[in-house]
Design a protein around this ligand. Structure first.
Ligand code: ADP
Length: 294
């Protein structure tokens, strides 16, 4: 990194990215899932080694900013971060949680995954379980699947009539707008794996006894509905890609890139909070004197 013909300037400006990771990955108007290259590495041309090195190099900063956020939350601050991970099975949501979110103190992370609603959840509005899982001030919330399932699997499997899910896009936008107003930075990541790569990853689960537990025969059924899922994802990216809570489209066929991308997006979100350390709410000198006297 930094030795190539174009490397030096780019490296100093955006840590090796052509443009900021947010600019490289942000879903732009007119985004077309059908033409998406799932193995591409938008904004990054230095390859895997350099990508992994950057994640490692940024880990300390990520961790410190998380601690500052946590400290702020302890001191009466209202801010938090919510990382929303959406993707088809095998897109690598779990790996992101392990390798990216795992870089920070687990104490400050509120991780929630959303499966088929429990009978209690099903008795409530679909946002009920989401609201209860939102990160408290100071926390980084991580949603492994989210309220978007209510316009993805629910739409594809026709779990509610079209006029019901149809209204949800606007409702989700309003919900997220209020969330952002209340102090939560929302980072929405669509982890986009190709059907070919998904097949490879599912086959691997069948080839390895240590992966059987991850295999779910239902995954094959969602593969059969791939085009319907594509359509549903496209609608999500078209209709809920707002200024306050934008979507990032992350190609997921190369795991190292997806991890690099998400760790950089998370770092960018934390940097933008411009986090300091909370001032002491006690007299530092008096406390030092008191302590020394013991
Ligand atoms: P994973 O398969 O990601 O390990 P789970 O098996 O716990 O996790 O649950 C994921 C499944 O739950 C997915 O098939 C997903 O489509 C389904 N799911 C999530 N949210 C909903 C929802 N609101 N309605 C119906 N199904 C849902």
């Amino acid at each position: 990194m930094g030795h190539g013909k174009h490397g030096r300037k780019a490296t100093s400006k955006h840590d090796g990215w052509d443009v900021t990771p947010a600019d490289a990955l942000r879903v732009a108007p007119g985004f077309d899932l059908a033409g998406f290259d799932h193995a591409s590495t938008p904004g990054w041309k230095h390859g895997r080694k350099a990508g992994e090195a950057l994640v490692a190099r940024h880990a300390a900063e990520l961790s410190e900013l998380q601690e500052r956020l946590f400290a702020e939350g302890r001191s009466g601050g209202a801010r938090s971060v919510l990382l929303v991970l959406q993707g088809m099975d095998t897109a690598g949501k779990g790996g992101i949680v392990r390798h990216v979110v795992g870089l920070v103190d687990p104490q400050g992370v509120a991780h929630r995954s959303f499966g088929v609603p429990t009978s209690e959840e099903a008795r409530h509005h679909y946002l009920w379980r989401i609201r209860r899982a939102l990160p408290r001030p100071g926390y980084i919330g991580v949603f492994d699947r989210s309220h978007y399932e209510d316009v993805l699997v629910v739409r594809v499997d026709e779990l509610v009539p079209a006029d019901v899910w149809e209204k949800r896009y606007d409702e989700i936008n309003r919900f997220e707008e209020r969330l952002v107003e209340a102090g939560t930075t929302v980072v929405k990541v669509a982890l986009l794996v190709s059907p070919e790569e998904q097949k490879k990853r599912l086959l691997e689960r069948l080839d390895r006894p240590d992966k059987y537990w991850k295999y779910n025969p239902g995954d094959v059924d969602s593969r059969l509905r791939w085009p319907a899922y594509q359509e549903a994802y496209q609608a999500v990216l078209d209709r809920t890609n707002t200024e306050v809570a934008p979507w990032y489209a992350v190609p997921a066929d190369r795991k190292w890139f997806a991890r690099l991308a998400v760790s950089e997006l998370l770092l960018d979100a934390l940097r933008r909070l411009d986090l300091g350390w909370p001032p002491a709410d006690f007299d530092v000198d008096a406390e030092r004197a008191r302590l020394l006297a013991t």
